[in-house]
Design a protein around this ligand. Structure first.
Ligand SMILES: [Zn+2]
Length: 959
């Protein structure tokens, strides 16, 4: 009988809603406040989105069962350009987008027509995503839902932004930003196709004089100007003559376009062909010396200025291009100029002679300027010179300076003397805005920036990160790295939905700045939704009082026209739920949102309200590859729920990877999980809560193993190692259960339903955060009256963990394994099996050695000496071999097992095996099994095997 997932899931979802199980208000219990980054409603969610929210939901459900009062809310991020960009594409009738909306996401045609209005897009997908989240069974308190364009939210953002400005953390200045020339807006990761953060490189433009013109070339190594011997120009490029502020420049068309955004006034004066420049000379301004312009095909118009300065002693590309040109047919006049060029060596580096570029080209066996090996050669020379090189005598006043330090000094000197300028270029080109336009770097003048470069601010954030629990631990260094490089960041946009800057209404607070402290807003949004709080009359005093405990209720009451009691109730709600106990997000938000979240919290809230934990997860792959529209492998979440059920999807996502790994989702794992759950479900139907009779050895063992599972699963979830936890519940425990069933069958027992009922109730309870719907159904079938999602998390009890039961059962298992192995190796058909257990003296010595090893003593000599010194164990001198082997036995086992062995009492191995092995062994090997202690007087020991017996390692004779 197959499970009808949809039916079961609908049934339990309605019950949760009916019972208001996930609506959370302050009470006397301890709280946990779990949040996830709210979604942008610009498309429906796919399986990949489901991961972060599912992980957070498991976390919330786990804490709820542990007795915490858990707040798990959700909202929708309308602010920002993604939605705006989409509206523009709909307006432009973008075929690809409209096809996706229609065919992939099933958006009705009438709705698509309305999508030219951004808020219509947001509203549509808001509902779509919310429905999907409900269908996934997320235990969200929907009474607190909001969008970031709600009027009260805008008041809240105004308050936040004003505080930052008062604290001088929002500043006005000129800084470079990624920029969409079409939208006339700064762009960051969320605004670009493929979610790339625009990153830029600063080049130094070295100015060379050519008649009345300046020919600039871009370099990252300004120190090499002392070694310039010629310029490279591409004869095929048509260059632009432009006026830059008050100078006349010649640059490629692309370069002229980039300069327009860099705070320079550009006018276009005319054109000149590259070929016209070949053979002409330019002056190196700082040393009034002429050098020639030579043709080179490797020069690209899109990089730098479209012209390159040539430093053949230190740049392998330049050296090789010069070698190449010497081999070509040139006009006599040019050929004579070329023949006179000799590289100028300006850097002394250990391991290199006069011409490092030449040495590297020869070492790598470069053939011509198109040889890819040139890249490696360049990397090597640059690296060695940067870290180990010193400038030579011919660099005049810079002589003797290390290259690593010279760079900035020479750059400043050049710019001061107007021999150079700056060119900013996107590093990871092309970066496309979501509107389709290619992004550039723009220097924004007199604009509003969050001063993330501020040293004190960074220090507070670092302190917060240090105190925080960051899961997984290994991601912590990434946050430190981000804090290190972070600098000023534009916090306003000219277009898009959102809150206006309170002091400059032409600007809108951008989406990564209005989404950093909104978790606090969840504590008041309940009162907004029930109309207790309205935007009218909301003031700074209100927010100051609620969130910062400043001012007094009567004053706030007067201003807001709310009663002082209501205001205090709202404040209590905040004080109860804050700080955030856990913030969940995908790894792509580490360098922006998650870091800004911490920075803004430390700037605005007192330390007692700083966030406590961040949980970061990797992304989801589909059959091993990245999910993308172009790959056509996106599965919308709601469609997947329809096809497979929410629980199988939740389980398949979690079981496929630990936190930071990318989860590989595939349909085989979904159906594998479905089968697994189905068999557990059918078992739950069969089991009855019968009275448990007196316990036998295997019962004590399986109940103890259940306790170990509880302890392991709990510890794993606390560290958000959900894959491991789920694996323990569903799979690892299964092998214990099947051993138990084998034992029970060997004894023909029928009175075990009560025990299995107890064990499976524990499993189902622990499964419930992961697969909440089916767990409720199983729980009901197990005849529990209340809901599993509001039941108590199984508590680990040391009392019910019987170390001796575990050890004796392990002895039984390993004895059977040993016999099977011997039979397999020797291929004997046994007539008779005899087992010899160690005597009580060895057992005493064993425990004594175990105690010593556990405290760290593993030295054979010392252990032996101590044993001999004790009268109880002094006889070991007769069996030194035994001591050595026992130390080895113990060391080969994991620490936990050593601990359980220490906890377990000494038990009589012989009588245990006589009772438990004889029946089971007969079934297993179809032959009589006899058990002796090595000191038995009536022992049968024809081969003298008995003396080899050690505790937990009986000797075996097979005949
Ligand atoms: Zn754009």
């Amino acid at each position: 009988m197959e499970i009808n997932w949809t039916e079961i899931e609908n049934k339990w979802r309605s019950k949760w809603i009916e019972n208001k199980d996930f609506e959370t208000n302050p009470n006397e219990r301890p709280k946990k406040f779990i949040t996830v980054a709210y979604p942008y409603p610009n498309s429906p969610q796919h399986i990949g989105h489901g991961r972060t929210y599912t992980l957070a939901d498991v976390h919330a459900r786990f804490y709820r069962m542990q007795g915490y009062n858990v707040l798990f809310p959700m909202a929708f991020h309308y602010t920002g350009t993604p939605i705006l960009g989409m509206a523009k594409r709909v307006e432009a009738n973008d075929k690809e987008l409209i096809d996706n909306l229609k065919n992939l996401y099933g958006v009705p045609e009438e709705s698509i027509k309305e999508f030219v209005e951004p808020v219509k897009i947001a509203d549509y997908f808001h509902e779509e995503i919310k429905t999907g989240m409900i269908e996934m069974g997320y235990s969200i308190d929907w009474r607190r839902e909001f969008t970031t364009i709600d009027p009260v939210y805008s008041k809240f953002i105004e308050w936040q932004i004003n505080i930052l400005r008062e604290k001088n953390l929002i500043i006005q200045g000129s800084h470079p930003v990624g920029w969409c020339p079409k939208d006339q807006n700064p762009v960051s990761q969320h605004d670009t196709q493929g979610d790339v953060e625009p990153d830029f490189t600063e080049y130094i433009l070295i100015k060379f004089k050519y008649d009345d013109y300046i020919i600039p070339t871009a370099t990252l190594r300004p120190e090499t100007i002392f070694g310039v011997v010629n310029l490279w120009v591409n004869p095929e490029i048509i260059y632009k003559k432009i006026t830059v502020d008050d100078e006349k420049w010649i640059v490629s068309e692309e370069c002229a376009y980039k300069l327009e955004f860099l705070d320079k006034k550009i006018t276009y004066d005319g054109e000149i062909k590259g070929s016209e420049l070949i053979g002409k000379t330019v002056t190196v301004t700082h040393r009034e010396e002429s050098i020639v312009m030579l043709p080179a095909s490797f020069v690209e118009s899109g990089t730098g200025t479209g012209m390159v300065m040539s430093v053949p002693a230190h740049a392998p590309f330049d050296y090789q291009a010069l070698e190449d040109i010497k081999k070509t047919q040139l006009e006599p006049e040019l050929a004579s100029k070329v023949s006179k060029i000799t590289p100028i060596s300006i850097i002394q580096t250990e391991g290199y002679g006069e011409n490092p570029a030449k040495e590297a080209v020869e070492k790598f066996g470069v053939t011509d300027q198109n040889d890819p090996k040139l890249e490696e050669a360049t990397k090597e020379v640059y690296g060695k010179e940067f870290y180990g090189g010193k400038l030579k005598q011919n660099t005049e006043k810079f002589s003797g300076i290390k290259v690593a330090y010279a760079k900035d000094t020479i750059k400043e000197w050049l710019i001061e003397n107007k021999h150079a300028d700056i060119l900013l270029e996107l590093t990871n080109t092309p970066v496309k805005c979501r509107c389709g336009a290619e992004c550039v770097v723009k220097v924004l003048n007199n604009q509003w920036f969050l001063n993330y470069g501020d040293k004190n601010w960074k220090e507070s954030a670092t302190k917060c990160f240090d105190q925080m629990n960051i899961l997984p631990q290994e991601i912590k260094s990434e946050f430190n790295y981000v804090i290190g490089w972070l600098r000023e960041r534009a916090c306003a946009r000219q277009h898009g939905l959102g809150t206006k800057l309170p002091w400059d209404k032409d600007w809108i607070v951008e989406s990564l700045s209005d989404s950093v402290i909104y978790m606090a807003y969840y504590t008041i949004s309940k009162f907004v939704n029930n109309k207790t709080i309205t935007a009218e009359n909301l003031s700074k005093e209100f927010f100051d009082y609620i969130f910062l405990n400043k001012g007094d209720a009567s004053n706030v009451s007067e201003i807001t026209k709310m009663s002082a009691d209501t205001i205090d109730e709202i404040k209590k709600e905040f004080q109860y739920f804050y700080p955030v106990d856990s913030r969940h997000s995908g790894r792509d938000l580490v360098p922006n949102h998650l870091t800004f979240f911490v920075l803004n919290h430390v700037a605005i809230f007192p330390e007692s309200n700083w966030p406590k934990e961040i949980v970061v997860n990797g992304s989801v792959l589909m059959n091993g590859s990245k999910m993308s529209k172009s790959m056509g492998n996106i599965i919308p979440l709601r469609k997947a729920i329809q096809d497979y059920g929410a629980d199988p999807i939740r389980l398949a996502i979690i079981i496929s990877a630990e936190l930071l790994q990318d989860a590989d989702f595939n349909m085989e794992s979904v159906s594998g999980i479905q089968n697994k759950i189905e068999s557990l479900y059918h078992e739950c139907i069969r089991l009855k809560a019968e009275k448990i009779e007196s316990l036998e050895a295997e019962d004590r063992w399986i109940l103890s193993k259940t306790q170990s599972m509880v302890s392991q699963v709990t510890a794993a979830i606390e560290k958000m190692r959900l894959r491991e936890a789920l694996h323990d519940i569903l799979f690892a425990f299964e092998s214990d259960l099947s051993w138990y069933m084998k034992r029970v069958k060997a004894k023909n027992r029928e009175n075990i339903s009560g025990i299995l009922h107890q064990i499976n109730s524990i499993r189902v309870a622990m499964l419930s955060p992961f697969a909440p719907h089916i767990a409720e159904e199983m729980w009901e079938k197990l005849d529990h009256s209340e809901m599993v999602s509001t039941s108590q998390w199984p508590e680990f009890s040391q009392e019910n963990l019987d170390a001796t039961a575990i050890q004796s059962e392990e002895l039984l298992k390993s004895t059977i394994d040993d016999v099977s192995n011997i039979l397999k190796v020797t291929k004997i058909t046994p007539q008779k099996i005899t087992i010899y257990t160690a005597d009580s003296f060895k057992s005493k010595v064993y425990h004594s050695i175990l105690e010593k090893v556990i405290v760290g003593q593993t030295n054979m000599g010392i252990v032996m000496k101590e044993l001999i010194a004790s009268p109880d164990t002094s006889d070991v001198k007769k069996i030194p071999d035994f001591v050595q082997k026992t130390i080895k036995d113990i060391l080969s086992e994991p620490t936990e097992i050593r601990e359980t062995k220490l906890q377990s009492r000494e038990f009589d191995e012989k009588s245990f095996l006589v009772n438990e092995l004889t029946e089971l062994g007969k079934k297993e090997f179809s032959v009589e099994i006899q058990v002796f202690s090595e000191s038995d007087s009536d022992i049968y020991d024809p081969k003298g095997k008995a003396r080899h017996a050690r505790p937990f390692k009986p000797a075996i004779l097979i005949e």
